[in-house]
Structure formats: structure tokens, C-alpha cells
Design a protein around this ligand. Structure first.
Ligand code: UGA
Length: 436
């Protein structure tokens, strides 16, 4: 492999681990580094630490081929690599901005071990200006003649479809200050068939926050439209379809539901509002996007309350706990928040999720029950709530479901069924922005 390079990825969470596996798959030699020894031990023994379709096979194949290994030493990673990725978490901080403590800590440690020219690539989602700040930090902590360039290389992978969205991205964005760094990054991505754009550091960082915030805006927009559909007897699926055929609008991210969740959109939208405030621009539109998003969960719980009369002592089955299908990730999951509210209001909740139950159990109140299957969850239920659109839910046996439930009531927060068909099967079916 002509273009093969040596890469260190510091932080093997969802982004770091998928990036490590995918770069190794492209023929590069990759070391994944993390200070969590248990995680590293688990990865060394061939077990992946998150649920992501295709990831275990990708990781073990590249480990076997000797292209991918895992260590807990930043020093060894830095000494080995031509390009060092910083992919540690940037959670929401106390004041609404991103908490950069892990990124800064890693930058200081990388600086101490620099040997020869390296590119240090920021993969974590960070506020505009962070790369320039890190450059100064590294200059301060590195040996006086250390040679390095900092680049910003935001990631656009989607959980649940992470391998595909990493190996076949719509675009690769590289913020670079020097031709030397640009050359190395072009070499790294030489085998990817995607447009690679070179920008300045600040613009690359802004592309990431602006993209996530724009997608979140699309979701809140269609959720607002869904609420109007409910008041006017229109159908949001038809409206979204009609809108999405316009190439300028596009059909993606127009699925109305219970709002966006996950580790990225909620914190990135909040961080972008915070950045805007800091530079003196009141980004009111984005603040409304957040409000609309959280209101959507509230409206959904109200819908359930209205349909059931009261929530206390009602047996409610909930299908789905992860923030989206094909992941076990429950961070900022609207489904988890809805279960929490239902349980608090006195409902007897039995939940089922194909992958996320262990994670949900750790954060939800003890009185929430968990079932082995979607049908077990629905048995004797007064109402079935659909909170995540896993594929298996879409292929349910509706007649069987109708028989085992106490009352034939489905409240679908993800619009996975068609109201007409549900009516024919004997269900009282309530979706989001659908004709009832
Ligand atoms: C998002 C972005 O899509 C990625 O491009 C980005 O790389 C990633 O954040 C990140 O910053 O790391 P992700 O959080 O994995 O990816 O999930 P999405 O598929 O974007 O979904 C986010 C949330 O929006 C989910 O809760 C999903 O259910 C919701 N959503 C999505 C809707 O409610 N309606 C839609 O039409 C689409």
C-alpha cells in the first residue's frame, strides 16, 4: 500500500474507535489510545466496547492483519505516529459551552512527547478558535524545537451507520495552515472517494457546528410543522415528502417525531448558541430550535396522558430506549426521558429495546421493568408507546399485538406505521402530525 501512514487516535469512544477501524481498513497502521485501561484491555482481547453494526468484524479483521492495536500510553502513540488525532469527548460544560478539559489535557501530554514533525489533528467537535488555542498550548508544553502543525478535521459519522458514513463520507473537511500538513492529510485520505476541502482552521471548526445545528434546525422545523398538521388535519408525512422533492430542501432529516437526542445534536446546538453569545450575536433562531425540540417531548407525554385519561397505575409498554435505531447509545435519548416522565407520573412502564436496555437500566428508576421481547413488553398493556424506530418494530405481527394488549392503543413517536392500516387492524393509533 503506497500511501500507508502511521496514525495514533487518542480517545477510542464512538468516533475514535470507528475512525481507527476505518483508517486501518484503508491500509494505514493505527494505534488507538485511551486512558481507560479496562476499555483498552477489552479491545486488546478483541471485544468492542460499543454496539455499532459491523464494528466488531472491522476491528478484529484489522487487529489480525496487524494494522490496528490499542494501548493506554499517549507517549507510545505519539512516538509512533505521523498524524495524531485527538478524539476525546467534549461534553456540555456547566455554562452551556463545550467542556474542553479532556482535549486540553491530551494536547499538553501530546506536546511533551513530540519527536520529529507531526500533524496533530483535532477530531473532537470543538468551538471555533480551539485549534489556535491548542497550537499555543502545544508550543508552551513542547520541547523548544518540536515541529508540528495543527489541523482541524471534523467528523461527520452517524451512529448506527458509522462505518459507512466514515468510509464513504459526503465530504472531508481539513482546516490546515501549512502546505506540509495539507499534503499529509491528502495522503491520509487518498483512498477515499469523497471531495476533500481545505479551509482555514476556524472555518473547519465552524463547518462542524454549523452542519449539526442546521440538521437539528431541520428536525425542529418539521416537528413544528407536524404540530400544525395536527391542528389542521393535514399529514406531516405527505407534507415532508412534498417538501423534500425540492432538491434545494432534500428529503433527509424531515422525519417528525419526539425530537433529536444523542451525544451530538443537543450539546453541539447548545455550544453553538454559547459561541454566538460569546462573540456578541444573539442566535435566537437556534435557541428556538432547542426549545422546540424539548417541547416535542412534553407534547408527546401530554398526548399519552390525554389518550389514557390519567397515567397513574396505567400499564404502558415502551418500544425503544436508544436515541436512534442501531445503537445502544442512550445519551440524551428522548425515549429515556419519556420513560422517566411516565414513571414519575405513576405509570407502570415495561420497556423493551434490542440493544439499549443495560445502559437504560443504569439511569432509569428501579420501578421500570424490562422485557425480553417487544411482545412481552406489550402483554396486558393499556397502551404501547413507540419511542425509537428499530427495524424489528416495523415488522411486528399486528394481529398478535392486538390480541396480547389489554387495550388496542398505540402512540407512535416515530411514525413507523400507517394510520389507515392500524385502524383496519383494530388499533386506536396516534402518531406525530398524522391524520387521526
Ligand atoms: C449526528 C450527525 O448526523 C453526524 O453527521 C455527526 O457526525 C454526529 O451527529 C456527530 O456530531 O458526531 P448522530 O448523533 O449519530 O449524528 O445521529 P443522527 O442520525 O444525526 O440523529 C440525531 C437525532 O436526530 C436522533 O435522535 C434522531 O432520532 C433524530 N432525527 C434525525 C429525527 O428526529 N428526525 C430526522 O429526520 C432525523
Amino acid at each position: 500500500m503506497r500511501n500507508n501512514m502511521k496514525i495514533a487516535i487518542i480517545g477510542v469512544g464512538h468516533v475514535g474507535l470507528v475512525t481507527a477501524g476505518c483508517l486501518a481498513e484503508k491500509g494505514h497502521r493505527v494505534i488507538g489510545v485511551d486512558n481507560n485501561r479496562n476499555k483498552i484491555k477489552q479491545l486488546q482481547s478483541g471485544k468492542t466496547t460499543i454496539y455499532e453494526p459491523g464494528l466488531p468484524a472491522l476491528v478484529s479483521r484489522n487487529q489480525r492483519k496487524g494494522r490496528l492495536e490499542f494501548l493506554d500510553s499517549i507517549k507510545d502513540g505519539v512516538r509512533f505516529a505521523d498524524i495524531i488525532f485527538i478524539a476525546v469527548g467534549t461534553p456540555l460544560g456547566a455554562h452551556g459551552g463545550a467542556d474542553l478539559s479532556q482535549v486540553r489535557q491530551v494536547a499538553r501530554e501530546v506536546a511533551r512527547h513530540l519527536n520529529g514533525y507531526k500533524v496533530i489533528a483535532e477530531k473532537s467537535t470543538v468551538p471555533v478558535g480551539t485549534a489556535l488555542e491548542l497550537k499555543n498550548t502545544i508550543l508552551r508544553y513542547a520541547h523548544h524545537n518540536a515541529k508540528f502543525d495543527i489541523v482541524s478535521n471534523p467528523e461527520f459519522l452517524q451512529e448506527g451507520n458509522a462505518i459507512k458514513t466514515t468510509l464513504y463520507p459526503d465530504r472531508i473537511v481539513v482546516g490546515a495552515e501549512t502546505k506540509r500538513a495539507e499534503r499529509l492529510m491528502r495522503k491520509l485520505y487518498a483512498n477515499f472517494r469523497a471531495p476533500l476541502i481545505i479551509t482555514d482552521l476556524n472555518s473547519a471548526e465552524l463547518i462542524k457546528h454549523a452542519s449539526n445545528s442546521f440538521l437539528a434546525t431541520k428536525i425542529s422545523y418539521i416537528n413544528a410543522v407536524a404540530n400544525i398538521c395536527e391542528k389542521t388535519g393535514a399529514d406531516v408525512k405527505q407534507v415532508a415528502y412534498g417538501m423534500g422533492l425540492d432538491k434545494r430542501i432534500a428529503p433527509y432529516f424531515l422525519q417528525a417525531g419526539i425530537g433529536y437526542g444523542g451525544f451530538c445534536f443537543p450539546k453541539d446546538v447548545a455550544a453553538f448558541c454559547h459561541i454566538a453569545d460569546k462573540v456578541g450575536y444573539d442566535f435566537r433562531m437556534l435557541k428556538d430550535v432547542q426549545k422546540t425540540n424539548y417541547l416535542q417531548r412534553e407534547l408527546f407525554v401530554n398526548k399519552i396522558r390525554k389518550a389514557l385519561g390519567k397515567l397513574n397505575n396505567k400499564h404502558i409498554a415502551v418500544w425503544g430506549l436508544s436515541f436512534k435505531p442501531d445503537t445502544d447509545d442512550i445519551r440524551e435519548s428522548p425515549a429515556v426521558e419519556i420513560v422517566r416522565r411516565l414513571a414519575k407520573a405513576g405509570a407502570k412502564v415495561t420497556a423493551y429495546d434490542p440493544q439499549a436496555m443495560p445502559n437504560a437500566r443504569a439511569v432509569l428508576p428501579d420501578k421500570v421493568h424490562y422485557a425480553h421481547s417487544r411482545y412481552d413488553a406489550a402483554r396486558n398493556a393499556d397502551c404501547l408507546v413507540i419511542a425509537t424506530e428499530w427495524n424489528e418494530f416495523k415488522h411486528s405481527n399486528l394481529k398478535r399485538l392486538r390480541k396480547i394488549m389489554k387495550k388496542p392503543l398505540i402512540i407512535d413517536g416515530r411514525n413507523i406505521f400507517e394510520p389507515e392500516r392500524m385502524k383496519k387492524t383494530g388499533f386506536n393509533y396516534i402518531g406525530i402530525g398524522r391524520k387521526i
